[in-house]
Design a protein around this ligand. Structure first.
Ligand code: NAD
Length: 455
């Protein structure tokens, strides 16, 4: 239904939708292998102190064969595909004025599905107040601009931490993700990126080549999309779901030329079964904790039969599997043959902002955000990462069960005025699972079309 509204609002009735002031969701451009990275030339602007970093960014973009411009002049029919605002050297609030206003002056000529990406530094402990203010302020620009842009355009920010260089592999990979159609439903987000060492050429079309990925809850919905997208990106995939979903699971496994593992993730031996299934394919490289359930009820009416299963599937199972993998810390990881392990867990915007009727679910999902931040430090010691993705309203069977009006209102609330697709979550997870993203660790990335809720 929400998808049909998007089509309706973009068809012959577009003028009526506009006249009535109804939400105007754009048709989002999603990744197709081989399609151009951006929909037009890319403008790079910066403040004076960030000029060298802006040059480095421009060099990277040119290396991707993008049409990079350093001044806002355009041909009569041209539209910018993206504007990159480099603010890494800004020291005082007044420094950001010129580049941000220069970017603003181009926004009327930003193409549909265009991108604005800031590249700035995170405020760090010990920063002088003026520097901290300058850096923290970028967050406000990105979040506001996300709400102003139209036509499927988005605003996001690469936030360098720990002295990461602007052209370090993970900074570059994050910039590319935000510029690309893979981030179609990511809007108004700032992603912190730490230092990362170079490790050979990156195959941007198959960034997961050679990796073995286990995806839980993969018989349908978001999990099935993750499996398909990981296979597209080159991974060998083990798909996991409960025995009752065995037939659908087998269908997904066949479609991705992968392996089906019928398993309840809450089982005591789940981690051992996962390790055993991955071993013949070359050993576990990526775990995606996607299996999840809802059992909504106001807390006043909540009983253990609704609270306990939600916490068991959504949070305790992730912890138990991770604990088995991390049993003896670094030694345990090495013994299990999982150095460089990438863990990506499904959180939810409900875990950030809360949601009526979902104290159980929001507890589990806020818990996922907490376990991710804590796990990150442990896996980092062997080159691994742990991150989470927080979906907003995604059109799946889980959300199809919501009442009609709630469902349609929820899908209109984000800045992008529509629900997301399972593939939008899958693209973010594939990015976080790739080696190029190894400088991103302990983070929760919202993929929510800039949903109104939360921070
Ligand atoms: P879904 O209900 O369509 O699919 C979930 C899958 O997990 C099902 O195939 C189910 O059989 C499986 N599963 C459930 N319990 C399991 C268990 N104990 N062991 C193994 N598999 C199990 O859900 P979805 O919408 O695709 O959501 C996937 C994930 O994304 C969940 O973690 C969910 O909380 C999260 N999420 C979804 C949305 C959304 O809008 N759809 C929003 C935020 C977060």
């Amino acid at each position: 239904m929400t998808d049909s509204y998007t089509r309706f609002a973009n068809g012959g009735l577009k003028p009526l939708v506009k006249k009535l002031g109804l939400p105007q969701p754009a048709i989002l451009r999603r990744h197709q292998p081989g399609s151009p990275l951006t929909v037009g030339p890319v403008l790079v602007v910066s403040d004076a102190a960030s000029a060298a970093d802006a040059d480095a960014v421009a060099t990277v973009l040119t290396g991707w064969e993008l049409d990079v411009r350093r001044s806002p002049e355009l041909g009569e029919r041209e539209r910018f595909g993206a504007v990159v605002v480099v603010l890494t050297g800004a020291q005082r609030p007044e420094d950001v004025s010129a580049p941000v206003l220069a970017a603003g002056g181009t926004l009327r000529r930003l193409a549909g599905n265009g991108r604005v990406v800031t590249v700035a530094r995170a405020p760090e402990a010990g920063d002088a107040p003026a520097l901290a203010a300058t850096r923290a302020g970028v967050d406000g620009i990105v979040r506001s601009l996300g709400k102003e842009l139209r036509g499927g355009a988005t605003a996001n920010g690469v936030q360098l931490t720990g002295g990461a260089a602007v052209d370090s592999p993970s900074a570059v990979a994050t910039l590319r993700f935000f510029l690309s159609a893979k981030s179609a439903y990511v809007d108004g987000q700032i992603l912190p990126v730490g230092p990362s060492e170079a490790s050979g050429d990156i195959d941007w079309e198959r960034p997961l080549e050679g990796k073995v990925a286990v995806v839980t809850g993969a018989a349908r919905g978001i999990g099935a999309a993750i499996a398909r997208t990981m296979a597209r990106d080159g991974a060998r995939v083990v798909v996991v779901d409960v025995p009752a979903a065995g037939e659908a699971l087998a269908g997904v496994a066949n479609a991705v030329n992968g392996v089906a593992l019928q398993l309840d993730v809450t089982a005591d031996d789940a981690a051992d079964k996962i390790l055993a299934a991955a071993a013949p394919l070359g050993g576990l490289g990526v775990v995606v904790h996607n299996a999840g359930i809802t059992r909504d009820k106001l807390l006043a009416n909540m009983k253990a039969d609704r609270w306990d299963p939600v916490v068991a599937v959504n949070l305790a199972a992730q912890l138990r599997i991770n604990e088995r993998l991390l049993a003896a810390g670094v030694a345990g990881l090495l013994a299990a043959g999982v150095a460089g392990l990438r863990i990506v867990s499904l959180a939810s915007t409900s875990g950030i902002a809360g949601n009526k009727g979902q104290t159980n679910y929001a507890y589990s999902k806020a818990g996922v955000i907490g376990q991710t931040a804590a796990t990150a430090g442990i896996v980092a010691e062997t080159g691994g990462t742990a991150n989470a993705v927080a979906p907003g309203f995604i059109e799946t069977e889980m959300t199809a069960r919501m009442p009609f009006v709630t469902r349609n209102v929820a899908s209109m609330l984000p800045s992008l005025a529509q629900g997301g697709k399972p593939v939008d979550i899958a693209e973010a997870i594939c990015f976080l699972a790739s080696d190029a993203a190894r400088g991103v660790n302990g983070q929760t990335l919202r993929v929510c079309g800039q949903h109104l809720v939360g921070k």
